[in-house]
Design a protein. Structure first.
Length: 435
């Protein structure tokens, strides 16, 4: 419900990869932190300065590499874990290849009844086993202690939570995927596959198929911190920081306590209180906003009244000028005829032999003039005389042979015929037609 900030540290070979996460009810922001190479062998002052560049965090999470971890299926859920944990850690040598008492052990629940349930005893029905099964995840305490001590010395505070990569898978953001597979490189051969259903653990450390498609990959410890491997390491560190927010009831960490596990009622309770306050205040808020909006509208109306009057006067004046322009131009343009049909008819008098062409074509309200070249200039003059759009076709200059193109030049002019007038019409055009 409330924003939290987490410093998440991931061990990769001999280095520490750091990220800072600030998460709240509306989302989160991940800030990539420094990479502390040769962590246990380097000086503390440099490392302390590097970590000081990140914002302060209220929680510190440490994730060891996958190669340090051992995984074992068990018929047990998170609800039974607090009572069983002390005995399992005392007898860790019976479950893991670690000396007795030298293991940090956590548990992650399994949520896939379609897959084979972990081995059971006592005659419990398979359905019960599948619904209350999980995986024990452990790391050797003595291997992790030097890293915990150095981190506590740098930060001046202990590490709050230790999570293993198989548990951190819950925070990868795969809740929208019905089935997702996360790959883990294996030095012994093909990669291992961790299978999730809607972001929850279905099966851990099973052999990957030859055509398996992976939604994500854990960092490859044998490849060093290449750019792709560093991105995978930072993604896993961020997932470790988010796991307790995404699935707080699905796991118990190796060290520390899930801060949300015992306070799951806080979010719905706070939401209910907030909803009540909003309902109580909504009526007064709406009334105040309405009054403020009305006052603002009245003030706006007063301020725009002078401008509205000025615009109205300008529109009236513009309409008057438009009418004057229309009256003056109408008298001059009434007799104008479209020019494009005339140009098209004049162009059509050229023979369609593919050789004739025009230099220039001029047209006005009374005549049309053509200059160009053709195989025979007399053919163009004849076609101009035959065109019903024109009359009185004539040559303005004698035809001249153009030897280089085997053509003759022409310079012709014809008068435009006046438009046809309806019966009984009068005016200049009718008189011209009568003539």
């Amino acid at each position: 419900m409330f924003p939290t900030s987490t410093l998440s540290l991931l061990i990769h070979n001999d280095a520490i990869v750091a990220v800072h996460l600030r998460a709240g009810p509306l989302g989160g922001r991940v800030l990539d932190g420094p990479v502390l190479e040769r962590f246990l062998a380097s000086g503390e002052s440099e490392q302390r300065r590097a970590l000081a560049s990140l914002p302060a965090a209220s929680r510190v999470v440490l994730t060891p590499p996958s190669s340090w971890c051992a995984v074992r299926p068990i018929r047990m859920g998170v609800a039974a874990w607090p009572a069983a944990r002390p005995e399992i850690e005392r007898n860790s040598d019976k479950f893991f290849p670690f000396p007795a008492g030298d293991a940090l052990v956590g548990l992650v629940e399994r949520h896939d009844p379609e897959l084979a349930a972990p081995p059971t005893s006592g005659g419990a029905p398979p359905e019960a086993a599948a619904s209350a099964s999980g995986y024990l995840v452990a790391v050797q305490r003595s291997a992790l202690t030097p890293w915990l001590d150095r981190i506590q010395s740098l930060l001046g505070r202990p590490v709050d939570v230790v999570l293993a990569p198989p548990i951190a898978l819950l925070g990868l953001g795969l809740q929208h995927e019905a089935e997702a597979v996360v790959a883990e490189a294996s030095p012994a051969g093909p990669p291992l596959a961790h299978r999730l259903r809607f972001g929850r653990i279905a099966e851990l450390a099973s052999p990957a198929g030859p055509s398996e498609r992976f939604a994500a990959s854990l960092p490859d410890e044998g490849a060093g911190l290449t750019p792709a491997n560093l991105r995978a390491a930072r993604d896993l560190a961020a997932a470790s920081a988010l796991a307790h927010r995404v699935a707080p009831a699905d796991f118990a960490p190796l060290l520390g306590r899930n801060p949300s596990a015992r306070r799951r009622w806080l979010t719905p309770a706070a939401a209910a209180v907030l909803a009540g306050l909003l309902l109580f205040a909504s009526a007064r808020t709406d009334a105040a906003r309405h009054d403020s909006a009305m006052a603002s509208l009245v003030e706006d109306e007063r301020s725009i009244e002078p401008r509205y009057q000025a615009v109205s006067r300008a529109r009236t004046e513009a309409a008057r000028y438009s009418a004057l322009i229309a009256a003056a131009s109408g008298a001059r343009t009434t007799g104008w005829r479209p020019i494009l049909p005339v140009l098209s008819s004049a162009r059509a008098v050229l023979p369609a032999d593919g050789r004739s062409f025009l230099y220039r074509l001029d047209a006005d309200d009374k005549t049309v003039t053509l200059k160009g070249e053709a195989a025979r200039a007399s053919d163009v003059l004849r076609r101009l005389e035959e065109n019903p759009e024109f009359r009185n076709a004539r040559s303005l200059a004698p035809a001249v042979a153009v030897p280089e193109r085997s053509l003759e030049s022409f310079d012709l002019r014809a008068d435009r015929r006046p438009p046809a007038q309806p019966p009984g019409a009068s005016g200049p055009a009718a008189k011209e037609t009568a003539r």
